[in-house]
Design a protein. Structure first.
Length: 227
């Protein structure tokens, strides 16, 4: 039995986390029966969007979260309240883009790398870990990852392609590491990050071409923080 449905979403105490654009879900924080849930909702969008693109994205994200059940740092208890919404337990923390200077601590980045690898072992690549709004620092300082709408299932792909797809995620991890704690990033990881940046010019994500940015020599992280 589902914890709640559309009726409870419409009646609950809510906070809009992201209003979205015309083809994106409205993301709300909803308190229902004393518990905090994130609800991604396409109901406010045009009929064509919510019945095609919206349903597709929600179905794909639920698939990923189902495969990642029990992985710490990934939203849990995901379900579909109805055809146009996805809900999962709220993870309290802050995004990398909103974090204060000097935070998170250096040990955060190897833990984020380990989390990405655990997702890969479950057959899921996120594909959007470079975006700092998708990477969380949880209240205990450990990493979290949200927004799996761009993800892919890789466990049925050839091994070489699985490795290539996994490197896309890891390059996102190394990007944050390089920009925020460069003195703790070893040369082997830095070399993999630079290699992936050269390959990214061929990669399409969410329908647009990702153009690589020139990788500059190590400088103080505060001078190089960018989206």
């Amino acid at each position: 039995m589902q914890p709640f449905g559309r009726t409870e979403i419409e009646r609950c105490q809510t906070e809009v986390l992201n209003p979205g654009r015309f083809a994106n879900a409205v993301v709300r924080l909803c308190r229902i029966d004393g518990a905090d849930w994130v609800v991604k909702d396409f109901m406010p969008r045009l009929w064509l969007i919510r019945n095609t693109y919206g349903r597709h994205l929600l179905r794909r994200e639920l698939m990923a979260l189902d495969r990642l059940k029990g992985v710490r740092g990934v939203p849990q208890d995901a379900f579909r309240p109805d055809a146009f919404a996805l809900a999962y337990r709220y993870m309290s923390g802050t995004t990398l883009i909103s974090s204060r200077p000097g935070w998170p601590p250096p040990e955060y980045y190897p833990a984020l790398e380990k989390l990405a690898m655990e997702m890969h072992a479950r057959g899921i690549v996120h594909l959007d870990l470079r975006y700092r709004r998708n990477v969380l620092i949880l209240e205990d300082g450990t990493p979290g990852v949200i927004d799996f709408q761009a993800c892919m299932r890789i466990d049925r792909m050839p091994r070489f392609l699985q490795r290539r797809m996994a490197q896309i995620d890891l390059s996102g991890v190394y990007k944050h590491w390089f920009l925020r704690s460069p003195e703790t990033l070893d040369e082997a990881r830095l070399a993999r990050y630079r290699s992936q940046e050269r390959w990214r010019r061929l990669w399409f994500v969410r329908g647009y071409l990702v153009r690589p940015k020139r990788i500059r020599e190590r400088q103080p992280a505060q001078e190089r923080l960018r989206e």
